[in-house]
Ligand binder design. Structure first.
Ligand code: G6P
Length: 466
């Protein structure tokens, strides 16, 4: 079996024992079992990066190959095309899209540089797995260099509907680039449907079966591979001891307070203002919860150089202030807002002692926090997940309370329903949710994806044929 070569915008840390996030856990695990290489940006922005500046480091049977970005590349490729064009539009926020020609130019150029950097390190039987929207043109760049490898792509974010995708400048070029992969994987069936519909309307690709197309002499597979979490590992973390949090739990049980929790990157796709308004509506409608219900929002800073992110941050600060100003008492504040990342161990414990996990993105590829919240619960006294119908996870997690995050009143009612739910119903829902996330875990995600990639039938590209 050949090596696995993973390419993603950022590389994970191969040196540490505990990986953070499902993606890193899944990839590190897959890399360690077959041996391989992980290539990506090292997170540094330097004056003049060159292909020859790539750094190779080895951890056991896994090599990491990293490059830095120049100021200009960071501005135009990462902040620009990836995060001002693709991210907002794929999350249905065409209003936030800011397209400029130089963004697309540098996006293509960075993909070319990534391909140049890795090309001489590749072996003929390597299996190449490319991740996320930053690297759509990567396969076409490798093909141009004569690569006949099996190359798979996995999109971690949603694939939007035909009308939205076809409004993205250069969508035709993005489509041609995607069709250079052998396997195109999405999070949900809905994403697969959107992509296939788009191909039917905007390309001449021939559908051999619902998930198999023929295009320019090549066969391309398309499939949904919902990413999961390592439920056992997260649950173990949630059951460790932490004096501070234990005390907090006791205080809560004495005072009969209950906590609603959310943890997100501070991103406009997460629906944070709508969520705060829903909590305010809950307090307005059910004043008996004043002094008892608390909403803890952890929002880790993200992409702060993009204006839309600074705007959402300001809006949240203003809303938190307004709600707390209206309702807080000397010994209680309804909203606790933490604008920094907190360690995963602590997060797991906080999830366990929160009665409600309120995960209501306006659009999300999957949302692993929803799955981690389930993994962290005590089976005997489990919390309730309130989940947006627009999170990819909603396709699997039918036993959550599914809500429309735009409907503030509906979300407020769901909080009320969760707050008064019988223990029997809580346990039954949790049992089903836990079996879902344990069955479809991160291991299964990578196994199924890689098995499908290994199984694709390839033909050598034109330039390699004799
Ligand atoms: C999302 C994307 C990932 C990205 C992560 C953090 O989950 O799907 O590709 O790495 O956000 O964003 P950042 O811009 O900090 O890498």
């Amino acid at each position: 079996m050949g090596r696995l070569v993973v390419v993603s915008n950022r590389t994970g840390d191969l040196g540490t024992k505990t990986q953070t996030g499902g993606l890193a856990v899944g990839i590190v695990d897959a890399l360690k079992s077959s041996g391989g290489m992980w290539m990506g940006w090292n997170g540094e922005v330097v004056d003049k990066p060159e292909t020859s500046n790539a750094q190779l480091t080895t951890h056991g049977n896994v090599t990491s190959l990293t490059v830095s970005l120049s100021e200009q590349e960071h501005e135009n490729y990462y902040l620009g095309f990836a995060n001002k064009v693709l991210w907002p539009s794929f999350h249905y926020r065409l209003d936030l899209m800011d397209y400029r020609t130089e963004f697309a130019k540098h996006y293509a150029a960075v993909n070319r540089r990534f391909a140049d950097t890795i090309h001489s390190h590749l072996r003929n039987d390597d299996l190449i797995w490319v991740h996320d929207y930053h690297l759509i043109p990567f396969a076409s760049e490798l093909r141009r260099r004569g690569s006949a490898h099996k190359i798979g792509f996995f999109l971690h974010i949603p694939f939007p509907s035909v009308d939205v995708f076809s409004a993205v400048p250069r969508h035709g070029w993005l489509r041609e680039c995607l069709l250079q992969y052998d396997l195109i994987g999405f999070q949900t069936k809905n994403d697969v449907q959107n992509f296939c519909r788009y191909l039917k309307e905007h390309s001449k690709a021939k559908f051999l079966s619902p998930n198999l197309i023929r295009w320019q002499g090549r066969t391309i597979s398309i499939g949904d591979f919902p990413i999961g979490v390592d439920a056992g590992q997260f649950s173990a973390m949630a059951h460790e001891r932490d004096e501070g949090i234990e005390l907090e739990r006791m205080r809560r049980s004495l005072l009969k307070r209950f906590q609603v929790i959310s943890a997100d990157r501070l991103d406009y796709s997460k629906g944070l203002p709508q969520r705060m308004k829903a909590f305010r509506k809950f307090l307005d409608s059910y004043p008996e919860y004043l002094g008892r219900a608390e909403y803890l929002q952890i929002a880790s800073p993200s992409r702060e150089d993009v204006t839309a992110y600074a705007d959402i941050r300001a809006e949240l600060e203003q809303l938190t202030g307004a709600v707390n100003g209206k309702y807080a008492d000397f010994n209680w504040a309804p909203i606790q807002y933490i604008n920094r990342s907190i360690e995963r161990e602590k997060l797991a414990l906080l999830f366990r002692c929160s009665l409600i996990g309120l995960i209501t993105p306006l659009r999300d590829g999957m949302n692993l926090v929803a799955k981690e919240y389930i993994a962290a619960q005590d089976a005997e006294d489990p919390g309730i997940l309130i989940l947006s119908k627009f999170a990819g996870a909603a396709e699997q997690l039918n036993d959550a309370l599914i809500v429309n995050p735009y409907d503030i009143n509906e979300v407020a009612q769901a909080i009320r329903r969760a707050a008064t739910m019988s223990m029997e119903e809580r346990r039954a829902r949790h049992r089903n949710l836990l079996s879902q996330i344990s069955e479809y875990d991160v291991q299964r995600w990578q196994n199924e994806y890689l098995a499908a990639l290994r199984a694709v039938q390839t033909v050598a590209p034109q330039s390699m044929r004799s």
